[in-house]
Design a protein around this ligand. Structure first.
Ligand SMILES: NC(=O)c1ccc[n+]([C@@H]2O[C@H](COP(=O)([O-])OP(=O)(O)OC[C@H]3O[C@@H](n4cnc5c(N)ncnc54)[C@H](OP(=O)(O)O)[C@@H]3O)[C@@H](O)[C@H]2O)c1
Length: 293
């Protein structure tokens, strides 16, 4: 069986590849720039050059694939880009597409939830078998906070003391690998969460312990957080979508916990405390202040 994996240079797709490596399948990775995936080629993975915004490049990449993993970053053309891929998968006769969606797709006003549901619907209507993976916030988002943790011993957000069931992208990827390579997951939507909901104060404590330094969570007003991030060059549409999402999280929408990861992987979902140990070690460089001189 040949499986096309998209987003192989990103968070989730890169981990999907690693989880497929010990399975009896041929793995093909879709890349825009093969140079960025040279390591994967060294691992024996076929690379196909393609771009979601150029549909004609997707046809040869999907040729001969039975299943495909679909992930794109949040960007203004996300619906169009993913629909291009779904249409190409249909032309190529792909049997099953496993798509990264988001928790509460279609149920919240944030663009992220609205766009993902539009894409889910396009996939459902395509006639291709589908699996929607709907993760809560990824623990790997800690990468956004590494710089201020290193420089100021602090990270900033506006969700207050609300508890969120953050999930490890490695667990999401492991579930994707199962869905891509084994039958029984067709036409299912999976809400994927960590094993417990935790506050950012708790997350700060976990990182303080593993980094052996002070780490505190600083809560800003939504307006102050937006102003700071706009000044940092982040796009306004993204900050507004995230702000809407944070309002929903503050009302409790992000605290639900499901057991799907444990049910599918037959092992516990990774806790934020364990994730912090792994992440601080693997990304130690990101959490260290640049040396002067
Ligand atoms: N972060 C969260 O908390 C969270 C929670 C729930 C759901 N999600 C969903 O997860 C998705 C993001 O996943 P991720 O974190 O794994 O993404 P990511 O790390 O940003 O990776 C995105 C991947 O997509 C590739 N890509 C971008 N534009 C492309 C194009 N035009 N053609 C082909 N490939 C393209 C990138 O390749 P290049 O190397 O070429 O750029 C990269 O490999 C989003 O849809 C988001 O809504 C995220």
């Amino acid at each position: 069986m040949t499986i096309l994996v998209t987003g192989v240079t990103g968070n989730i797709g890169g981990e999907v590849i690693q989880h497929l490596l010990n399975r009896d399948v041929v793995i093909r990775g879709l890349v825009r720039d093969p140079k960025k995936a040279a390591k994967l080629q060294a691992q024996g993975i076929e690379l196909a050059q393609g771009d979601f915004s150029q549909p004609q490049t997707l046809d040869p990449a999907l040729q001969g694939c039975e299943t495909a993993f679909l992930v794109t970053p949040n960007e203004p053309r996300q619906v169009e880009l993913e629909c291009n891929f779904i249409d190409a998968a249909k032309r190529a006769g792909v049997r099953h597409v496993v798509k990264v969606s988001v928790l509460h797709a279609g149920e919240l006003p944030s663009k992220f939830q609205q766009w993902h549901r539009q894409i889910e619907e396009h996939l459902e209507e395509s006639g291709i078998a589908w699996t929607h993976l709907r993760p809560n916030m990824l623990m790997q988002n800690m990468r956004w906070f590494a710089q201020t943790i290193a420089q100021q011993g602090a990270f900033y957000n506006s969700v207050g003391d609300t508890k969120i069931s953050h999930v490890d992208a490695r667990d999401v990827a492991a579930v994707a690998a199962v869905c891509l390579s084994q039958s029984g997951h067709e036409n299912q939507a999976y809400d994927l969460t960590g094993p417990e909901a935790v506050s950012f104060d708790q997350v700060a404590d976990y990182f303080a312990k593993v980094l052996n330094q002070e780490v505190k969570y600083v809560n800003l007003t939504p307006a102050d957080l937006k102003a700071a991030r706009l000044a940092n060059g982040e796009p306004e549409w993204y900050l507004d979508a995230e702000g809407q999402l944070f309002d929903c999280w503050k009302a409790g929408a992000g605290s639900m916990v499901t057991t799907l990861i444990t049910d599918i992987l037959h092992k516990p979902a990774t806790s934020f405390e364990l994730f912090a140990e792994y992440y601080a070690q693997v990304h130690a460089q990101d959490f260290s202040t640049p040396t002067k001189g």
